[in-house]
Design a protein around this ligand. Structure first.
Ligand code: ADP
Length: 176
């Protein structure tokens, strides 16, 4: 499908893939911005990562959905797990997405994100990678930092970095 063949009246759909282990205020910031730009944003929670995730996929999906409750209820955001054994761009195509969204924090994100965008461009020319930038207070939040601080200092120390649903899950989990 070529870009000029798109009907402008059709629903604009974007995908936002990631590990979300767990979702942070930075991810939520990107989701809110995306929901303002697109009719429907599919947050795709990647199932497998090279290392064992802190939270199982189903719980990560649940925490994203709970954090975005209003947007999900309004039909602006759909949360699901990314099927394994399928290129994200192929799944995005299947969903009718025009854009794949990624968040850019500092310049350190740039190299890896740029390489990924170019690789995806080669796989699916019709899907545009778009980068969104969070507000300054969210620039230094990452899931790995949240996990690290939680393990060292407990849930109270990450309260301001994650949505309520994640804070509750961490509270239940306590220090392991
Ligand atoms: P991945 O494992 O694919 O990097 P992540 O869940 O870590 O998945 O992140 C998904 C996307 O969200 C990536 O594009 C990442 O750069 C972006 N992201 C992560 N944290 C933030 C943040 N604090 N602000 C903006 N974007 C972020």
């Amino acid at each position: 499908m070529r870009k000029h063949e798109l009907h402008h009246a059709e629903k604009t759909i974007a995908v936002y893939p990631g590990s979300f282990d767990p979702i942070t205020n930075g991810h939520f910031d990107i989701i809110e911005r995306a929901a303002f730009l697109f009719d429907e944003v599919h947050v795709l929670v990647a199932q497998s990562s090279s290392k064992k995730p802190m939270f199982p996929t189903a719980q990560r999906v649940e925490m994203v959905a709970e954090s975005c409750e209003e947007l999900v209820e309004g039909g602006h955001v759909v949360v699901s797990s990314l099927p394994t054994g399928k290129a994200t761009v192929d799944y995005a195509t299947q969903l009718g997405a025009r854009a794949m969204l990624r968040g850019l924090r500092t310049v350190t994100d740039f190299d890896a994100e740029f390489a990924l965008a170019i690789a995806n461009m080669g796989l699916a020319e019709h899907i545009e990678t778009m980068f969104l930038i969070p507000q300054p207070e969210n620039h230094f939040i990452s899931s790995s930092r949240v996990r690290e601080i939680f393990h060292l200092r407990g849930h109270e120390s990450v309260k301001d970095l994650v949505p309520e649903a994640v804070y509750t899950a961490l509270q239940l989990r306590k220090l392991s």
